[in-house]
Design a protein around this ligand. Structure first.
Ligand SMILES: *Cc1c(COP(=O)(O)O)cnc(C)c1O
Length: 362
């Protein structure tokens, strides 16, 4: 095989995948498991695909240490569909609470409000989504308390779960820090994540839900919006996104082989620290968006002294194959996404580039 020159990929999503995973997918592309067909070309009811989805589930259970009274669903529609499915299934006629620490949490709240009662138990918009809330105004009768563990655009990440009132299930949009560190799943009622940030390709959304909550699903929901029906059918009520499920399965396997989430968390801390240290030691040339105690290990948005410098920064970085550093259009600036699959060498390349850019432009 000819030498492939991979980019330093700082894309926010879809994002970098582990090289080993891509190589395995490549090797199995034409002939999956001796079938003489790719996994995309065989029935989702076949033994081969059944093994793929079951192994993916087993490996995810191992990685996150998911208790047996939780179901795992592989769905379509992205995290955005979960913004609506969640209240449709779990809210009944009650009200739901949202901890809003960025644009994604705000979108989830807005979507829930289209369909019924939902309120913000906290909202950090007044400080530009740079912080974590210190207190919650939580409704003790809420159907659930929703938070976004990592705000992908603002680079604000919870280091521990917000405390829900007793009896109120905690729900988390973990799209951009899923399987990035160990968490205690038993604290949650439901966790969902679009795969394309940290766990795989686009096209599949993972939902982990405590079984007793499935009893809340109303009887008249369309099947594709019905957690209970989808769970009863092991995510195979209709044709699932089989190739995406295959790739997330390979990513789970890769994560286990690396040593699991404690090891992955350590690596993520090391990579993020390289970038934050460069920001902190730049004498104000680089300015991080998030307050220090709210800093994300996954997405690092920062500013330069002028917008012209930011444009130059992204342009020159691209020339050196550091890709995807332009910030989200809503906040501008630069954003480095340093997900699980980003190699340490890429984080080092970014640090070196930042130091050199400051030396030549500072
Ligand atoms: C990207 C993202 C979403 C939206 O995901 P889609 O799969 O594109 O619908 C929602 N929440 C968070 C935290 C995200 O990062």
């Amino acid at each position: 095989m000819s030498e492939v020159k991979r980019a330093h990929n700082f894309n926010a999503g879809p994002a970098v995948l582990p090289l080993e995973v891509l190589q395995q997918a490549q090797a199995e592309m034409l002939d999956f498991n001796g079938t003489g067909m790719s996994i995309m070309e065989i029935s989702h009811r076949s033994k081969d695909f059944e093994a793929v989805i079951q192994t993916a589930e087993t490996n995810l259970r191992d990685l996150l240490n998911i208790p047996t009274n939780y179901k795992i669903l592989f769905l379509q529609g992205g995290a955005t569909l979960q913004f609506a499915m969640l209240p449709m299934n779990l809210r009944a006629s009650g009200s739901a609470d949202y901890v809003v620490t960025g644009v994604w949490g705000q979108s989830a709240l807005k979507e829930a409000q289209k369909l019924g009662a939902a309120r913000a138990a906290a909202n950090t918009e007044k400080d530009g989504f740079t912080s974590l809330p210190t207190t919650l105004d939580a409704d003790p009768n809420a159907a659930y308390l929703h938070f976004t563990s990592n705000e992908t655009i603002h680079g604000v990440e919870f280091t521990s779960e917000p405390e829900a009132p007793s009896g109120v299930p905690l729900v988390c949009d973990a799209s951009s820090d899923f399987i990035s560190r160990p968490i205690d799943v038993s604290k949650y009622g439901l966790i969902y994540a679009g795969a394309q940030k940290n766990a795989g390709p686009s096209g599949v959304t993972i939902v982990i839900v405590r079984e007793d909550l499935l009893e809340r699903t109303p009887a008249n929901l369309p099947i594709m919006l019905d957690y209970r029906k989808l769970a009863e059918n092991q995510s195979l009520y209709n044709t699932p996104p089989s190739y995406s499920i295959y790739i997330v399965g390979l990513v789970f396997q890769w994560a286990k082989k690396l040593g699991g989430l404690a090891e992955i968390h350590k690596r993520n801390q090391e990579k993020a620290a390289l970038v934050y240290k460069t920001i902190d030691e730049s004498g104000g040339f680089y300015r991080g968006h998030a307050q220090t105690n709210a800093r994300s290990l996954m997405n690092i948005p920062f500013r330069l002294p002028t917008e012209e410098l930011e444009t130059d920064f992204a342009k020159e970085a691209t020339k050196q194959r550091l890709i995807g550093l332009k910030g989200h259009r809503s906040v501008g600036g630069i954003r480095a996404s340093v997900y699980n699959a980003l190699p340490l060498e890429s984080a080092k390349a970014l640090r070196d580039f930042m130091q050199e850019f400051q030396r030549t432009h500072g």
